[in-house]
Design a protein around this ligand. Structure first.
Ligand SMILES: Nc1ncnc2c1ncn2[C@@H]1O[C@H](COP(=O)(O)OP(=O)(O)OP(=O)(O)O)[C@@H](O)[C@H]1O
Ligand SMILES: Nc1ncnc2c1ncn2[C@@H]1O[C@H](COP(=O)(O)OP(=O)(O)OP(=O)(O)O)[C@@H](O)[C@H]1O
Ligand SMILES: [Mg+2]
Ligand SMILES: [Mg+2]
Lengths: 179, 165, 179, 165
């Protein structure tokens, strides 16, 4: 069980770094398993052990969490909090793509995950999506005209008198009112 | 090809019988603010077994039933059916097409059906988990939540990996 | 003090409704002062009074909060949580505009507040911004090409080798890489 | 016309001396992801007295000083100057132009200046509050926070009205 987790972790870590470099056109990124909190703090340990027993195995914090370290091309490694809105979306997307690639779910729905991205980043985001689309059926909700061009089928949703309806659309129609 | 079709009737703003046919490739859903796009995402979460109203942006369980509007009365039931393609036999079923249906009534009652037969919620959840389809983790990324993996604590992130393992 | 608060509240309420109707092209909206929690619950009252004394006057919850009720055109009044991403931005913008109009601050900086809006809503949003710009100096950070057209001056920020630089830009240049 | 100019030097990604001249009308700030737009918003908050690093997306106080990068050393100081137009005498000052400067050093020291003269933080906050300029409430709406008024509790919303009253 632990070995399988470690193998998965390594695989995701490798793909995370790769997708990060694609999205940021350079730089570096890695995930790190935090060591579980043990050691000199006797009192804290007893509390931790009680906590470990009380929590279900999956949520067992004593196993340690996953830290994310990124270095945007040209910049120094800094706390994730200092990243811009778009940069955060890209880092999170790189991690998501790595998870999707390592263990492809049958489908994946993304609701406006491109909202914070500028045009050139949307293009790179969509290119990765295209490669993953062979293994996973994507449903993408978007306002972005570039993202729309990457779909095989476009459904337009409209509301009349409080009722939603769906219409199959052609790309050109959809892009008219897109951003 | 896994998801074949999504049928909605009475779910949130989808008062009329609505069908969404999926392509083996990528499907885009577009439209103006408030038209119902995220409601489709909610319906997928819901038919896959989501029990938390908060995850569905609601407060009480009847919030997902069409509330009525412009000269249109509210409905008494919400029903969503997901049709899965099973030609490659990725689902534990002898059928080439498997449908999963969920219904909710204003009374508070709920129905769960597999291939039109009523089952218990746990049977439906069992089928889905055997097929490795979840209503949680990273198969549905909600609006405004793309960077949730960054905001959550390191320990919470761990569960994403456990789902993938 | 209380009277001034009440007058302000009424003024903001009226403008909030007006801006809501402009942004949603109809419907209705209002703000409501919640009654402070008093009455039959004896024990709760004593706690409340202690709390009231402990908190600074400004944050005195016992004075009651402000509830928001909206009715989108054609739809029933529902909990705010059921609103869409764009609808939430619009309702919040209507409130913001009402506050800005009632007591105009010298300047106001908006960082990507148009991010969730579709094109037609951005247009309506900007029209209101234009009317308020006589009293308040707006600085708007945006990726949206429609929003850019409403500015007198456009500054383009770019980053080279980890250093940000600013350049004054013409509208046409700015729109090239806009969404 | 109230804000005349913003000068940044060493604040976050603005390693070089940078000047932003404001128009009496509306000023738009555009650019790619990560270019530094929100950093400008942070610098405005900071020069107006923001003390919470969390509001500035940082963890420790030196996070707002240029950290260095591509073959460029970090800087030891961040300085932001806001120039306010006082032709209409809206500020409690006899000058037609009032400058407010804030500096932070890696050592942890801070300087606050009004018209080039060192003052205490409280003097600067006093001037700004008399001019009704706040670094809080609704004069600076941060990225991703436009619907904060809706998510916050009714009692928290009240403070917006108290600011306006
Ligand atoms: N039970 C219900 N009955 C009727 N209408 C509902 C119900 N629940 C939600 N709605 C309506 O659905 C609308 C929100 O739809 P949704 O969130 O899908 O919009 P959206 O297309 O995702 O928009 P955006 O682009 O702004 O995110 C709201 O206007 C809300 O009033
Ligand atoms: N102290 C610092 N020294 C150097 N660079 C910094 C410092 N603090 C933040 N940065 C950099 O500034 C960048 C973020 O800038 P900012 O948030 O202004 O981007 P933005 O233009 O608003 O982008 P977006 O459109 O994605 O919101 C990050 O890449 C970060 O590394
Ligand atoms: Mg939505
Ligand atoms: Mg930003």
């Amino acid at each position: 069980m632990k070995r399988r987790f470690d193998e998965t972790f390594q695989a995701v870590n490798e793909r995370f770094r790769q997708h990060f470099v694609t999205l940021f056109q350079g730089g570096n990124a890695r995930l790190e398993m935090q060591q579980p909190k043990r050691g000199a703090k006797g009192e804290a340990d007893d509390e931790d052990e009680e906590l470990a027993e009380a929590l279900p195995a999956k949520k067992n914090n004593i196993a340690g969490g996953v830290e994310i370290f990124v270095q945007i091309p040209g910049k120094k490694v800094q706390d994730l909090s200092l990243l811009s809105g778009g940069e955060r979306s890209l880092v999170s997307s790189a991690l998501l793509f790595a998870l999707l690639e390592t263990n492809p779910p049958p489908f994946c729905l993304l609701d406006e995950v491109d909202a914070a991205l500028d045009e050139s980043n949307v293009v790179r985001f969509c290119e990765i999506l295209l490669t993953l689309a062979h293994q996973t059926q994507f449903i993408v909700i978007t306002h972005n005209r570039v993202t729309m061009t990457h779909a095989n089928v476009i459904y337009g949703v409209s509301m009349t008198d409080s009722v939603s309806r769906i219409l199959s659309m052609k790309l050109a129609e959809a892009q008219v009112s897109a951003r | 090809m896994y998801l074949k079709r999504l049928n909605l009737h009475g779910f949130k703003s989808f008062a009329a019988r609505t069908a969404l046919d999926f392509s083996p490739g990528t499907t885009a859903i577009v439209g103006p603010n408030g038209s119902g796009k995220s409601n489709i995402a909610d319906s997928l979460r819901w038919v896959l077994g989501e029990q938390s109203m908060r995850q569905l942006r609601g407060k009480k369980s009847e919030d997902i039933i069409f509330a009525g509007g412009h000269g249109r009365a509210q409905l008494g039931m919400a029903e969503v059916t997901l049709t899965l393609d099973n030609a490659s036999n990725w689902l534990p079923s002898e059928f080439t097409e498997v449908t999963v249906t969920r219904r909710a009534f204003r009374s508070g009652d709920s129905d769960y059906l597999i291939n039109g037969t009523k089952v218990r919620l746990k049977d439906m959840l069992n089928l889905l988990s055997q097929a490795r389809i979840g209503h949680d983790s990273y198969t549905i990324i909600g609006q405004g939540l793309v960077d949730q993996a960054l905001s959550s604590r390191a320990e919470e992130r761990r569960s994403l990996f456990e789902d993938a393992a």
